[in-house]
Design a protein around this ligand. Structure first.
Ligand SMILES: C[S@@+](CC[C@H](N)C(=O)[O-])C[C@H]1O[C@@H](n2cnc3c(N)ncnc32)[C@H](O)[C@@H]1O
Length: 262
């Protein structure tokens, strides 16, 4: 389970989640801004991690009510915003309610949940008619097929490890179709493939740092579980950590969709 491999109590986890936010917040914020949410929107961020999206929503829409939820909300950054509340929600077990939200946001969460299709139905039900869902999920299909044989072999081995955990890091590729089959409408999707380069204070550098920390944390499982040799992981990390390399990393599908009005 996700919380066994990447618990919030790991000494590097807050930094890893902050790096992830730095890498992906610009695309998430641009997607949410296109939706023209009402000023007093009710918003729910599920699997919020450090809460960067929930905090940005509460700051940007001071009349909104925002819930930052996660299995473990202890990592949400401290803030004094009056319009944000924390709630422990386990998407495998807890109800999300009915017709409550103008926006539900979720990023890099569903791919870790074997019950992801049931969770999509619960999210649809939790939205008010016309309410919006913004969801970003990993889409590894392109990185697992190139650009070099080594890079494809490395990420394919990583995918085999994640599949053994019940994770589906290719879920993003099929996300728009899943949204349509679940009953969402106005589905807008774009695939992004960040270029990893460790220099500077850029989103691409934050993405490289996120993968560097993720792979270092999972190294004992990747190697000990026989999914890859130590030399393969060392070579992949040297590419990710090379400030002079510009290498396409795993992709993400950034989507928005709405609950139909009727
Ligand atoms: C990769 S992090 C993404 C964090 C945040 N959404 C972001 O993009 O910065 C995945 C998050 O999902 C949460 N999570 C994992 N399984 C969950 C579950 N069953 N219910 C709720 N949250 C879960 C984790 O605790 C973690 O905070």
């Amino acid at each position: 389970m996700y919380e066994d491999l990447l618990p919030h109590t790991l000494p590097t986890e807050a930094e890893r989640l902050d790096r992830m936010s730095h890498a992906h917040d610009p695309d998430t914020f641009a997607t949410i801004e296109r939706l023209n949410l009402p000023e007093n929107a009710h918003c729910l961020d599920i699997g919020a991690g450090r809460g960067s999206v929930a905090i940005w929503l509460a700051e940007t829409l001071p009349h909104a009510k925002v819930i930052a939820s996660d299995l473990d909300v202890s990592s949400v950054k401290e803030n004094t915003l009056p319009n944000i509340a924390l709630e422990e929600i386990d998407l495998r077990a807890d109800e999300l309610g009915s017709e409550l939200y103008d926006l539900v946001h979720c990023r890099a969460v569903l791919c870790f949940l074997p019950t992801r299709t049931e969770v999509l139905s619960a999210i649809l039900k939790s939205l008010k008619p016309g309410g919006a869902f913004v969801v970003t999920e990993m889409d590894f299909r392109r990185v697992a097929s190139g650009p070099s044989r080594f890079w494809a072999t490395f990420w394919t081995a990583y995918l085999e490890f994640t599949a053994s955990q019940g994770w589906n890091l290719e879920f993003g590729a099929t996300l728009p179709g899943f949204l349509a089959n679940t009953g969402f409408t106005e589905i807008d999707a774009r695939h992004i493939q960040p270029i990893l380069n460790l220099s500077g204070n850029t989103a691409g550098a934050a993405e490289a740092q996120t993968w560097s920390l993720t792979l270092a944390t999972l190294a004992p499982k990747l190697i000990g579980g026989g999914f890859m040799a130590e030399g393969m992981l060392t070579e992949a990390l040297s590419i990710i950590r090379n400030p002079e390399a510009w290498t396409a990393g795993p992709g993400f599908m950034v989507t928005s969709a709405r609950r139909p009005m009727t």
